[in-house]
Ligand binder design. Structure first.
Ligand code: SF4
Length: 218
């Protein structure tokens, strides 16, 4: 049937051009997550392939970046976009800097679902640890005292802006976490699980779940 053929083609196309990340340094977007998962990733262990649907979700996130950057460019306030930021431990690309009221403002774009968006809008502190960690690393490396998340509700394109203030203690704890994982890599020691594999939704969507399950260690 033509319908099935089209779906197969879309699924196949969704995976085209997806490159593996450079794992020689820690990626700021991952350092807030499970230490064991980061260890597997950095050791080059191949997990399950992302589903075509997951690949399309990633692509949507990239298109959101592109759209905001072009908007800010039209306004003449985009200072830079996708800037490589790195040190001895971390390497990643910060989303953008824009000029607002005479200040250079570091911004990060996130597209999120309606539930999380509603919580944030109501003033909840709900914010994924990975997001906080990622922006804390970028602020630390770029010597910024604050930054702004620009959240877009992926269901209706509503927009919300939230400030995150730099916390040096948290930044140092993320550096310590990365150093410990690097030490465990050098001795081939698998870190403990950071989540309960039987109940955590994080584990449910982890590409290393089957591998992690067979390892009897905690
Ligand atoms: S399945 Fe859970 S505990 Fe295991 S590596 Fe993935 S996130 Fe970590």
């Amino acid at each position: 049937m033509i319908e099935d053929e089209i779906k197969i083609l879309i699924d196949a196309a969704s995976r085209i051009g997806r490159k593996d990340r450079d794992n020689s340094k820690f990626h700021p977007s991952e350092i807030g997550g499970c230490s064991r998962k980061i260890w597997y990733n950095m050791m080059g262990v191949k997990g399950e392939d992302f589903s075509p649907r997951t690949c399309r979700i990633f692509d949507n996130g990239h298109f959101v970046h592109e759209r905001f950057n072009r908007m800010f460019e039209k306004l003449g306030i985009l200072e830079w976009e996708e800037k490589k930021v790195s040190d001895d431990l971390f390497s990643g690309h910060a989303d953008a800097s824009i000029k607002v009221a005479g200040n250079s403002v570091l911004v990060d774009y996130k597209s999120i679902g309606s539930y999380g968006f509603k919580l944030l809008k109501e003033g909840s502190e709900f914010l994924k640890e990975e997001y906080k960690a990622q922006l804390t690393v970028y602020m630390g490396l770029l010597h910024k005292s604050n930054c702004y998340f620009i959240f877009e509700n992926k269901d209706n394109q509503d927009v919300l802006v939230k400030e995150l203030v730099f916390n040096m203690d948290y930044f140092n704890s993320l550096r310590a976490k990365a150093s410990k994982i690097r030490e465990d890599m050098s001795t081939n020691k698998l870190p403990d699980r950071d989540f309960d594999i039987t109940t955590s939704w994080v584990c449910k969507y982890c590409k290393y779940k089957s591998l992690c399950e067979v390892n009897q260690k905690k």
